[in-house]
Design a protein around this ligand. Structure first.
Ligand code: XBP
Ligand code: MG
Length: 232
């Protein structure tokens, strides 16, 4: 089928953001005097649970603290405020090949969209820091984790992006960095390219149309078109 759109994941795919998320969680925990600290090793495991609020709830379960003893939503709001401030300060860059692929895709007439587990506020902070522009100047459609009932690996956020693009899954390609993201894309019926990131290297990417070290290896829009599933 003809390729008409690329749907990008954000965290780990556009930029290596997870260390900034981890610091923001730890800073929010410290500010509230909780005595919780997520090391890189712990965070690798916790990332199996997508979504910050869900991740905090899992942590509480693991350390045997009842969920109703903590205002998880308020704690997560503090984490988001810290994350957006850190992204603005850090000078975080896009991963190799991302800016070129988006520019080449748009030049070739492809539409670009986002399907992410994280919130719109975090996407805006990252786009301002990396593209120097608001998200809707770069991406035609945005689908964020705070807009859907079920986060990845459920297909919801990809289905929302497709609905906003007005396209069937057969005409778009997902670009992801994680197994959970790959499963979400496949469950939505999308072909998916995976570029593993710091925290997802070594995961099982069975079902990916292609696994690449960076998006610079894909051969631009022409290379991506060859990955589309044949019509049936
Ligand atoms: C990334 C995530 C996110 C971030 C935290 O998943 O799992 O939860 O780690 O974001 P993906 P929030 O790249 O598959 O979208 O704290 O804003 O939920
Ligand atoms: Mg990701």
């Amino acid at each position: 089928m003809a390729l008409e759109a690329l749907i990008f994941d954000v965290d780990g795919t556009l930029a290596e953001t997870e260390e900034v998320h981890r610091q923001a969680f730890n800073d929010a925990f410290a500010a509230q005097g909780l005595g919780w600290y997520w090391s890189q090793q712990a965070y690798r495991r916790l990332l199996g649970t997508t979504g910050g609020k869900e991740r905090i709830a899992r942590h509480m379960d693991e350390i045997g603290i009842a969920r109703d003893t903590c205002d998880i939503a308020a704690l997560h709001r503090a984490k988001t405020a810290r994350y957006t401030a850190l992204v603005a300060q850090r000078g975080l860059g896009l991963r190799a090949g991302v800016a070129d692929l988006i520019a080449q895709a748009q030049y070739a007439g492809l539409r670009v969209a986002i399907a992410t587990t994280t919130s719109r506020a975090n996407v805006e902070a990252l786009c301002t820091a990396t593209f120097g522009a608001p998200a809707n100047r770069v991406f035609e459609a945005l689908a964020c984790g705070d807009e859907v009932a079920r986060k990845k690996p459920a297909p919801d956020v990809f289905l929302l992006a497709l609905r906003r693009l007005g396209l069937p899954a057969t005409r778009a390609l997902a670009i992801e960095d994680s197994r959970n993201g790959l499963h979400a894309a496949r469950a939505a019926g999308l072909a998916c390219v995976v570029t593993p990131s710091l925290y997802t290297e070594g995961e099982d990417f069975t079902g990916a149309a292609r696994v690449c070290g960076s998006l610079a290896e894909l051969g631009g829009p022409a290379g991506l078109r060859t990955l589309m599933q044949p019509a049936h």
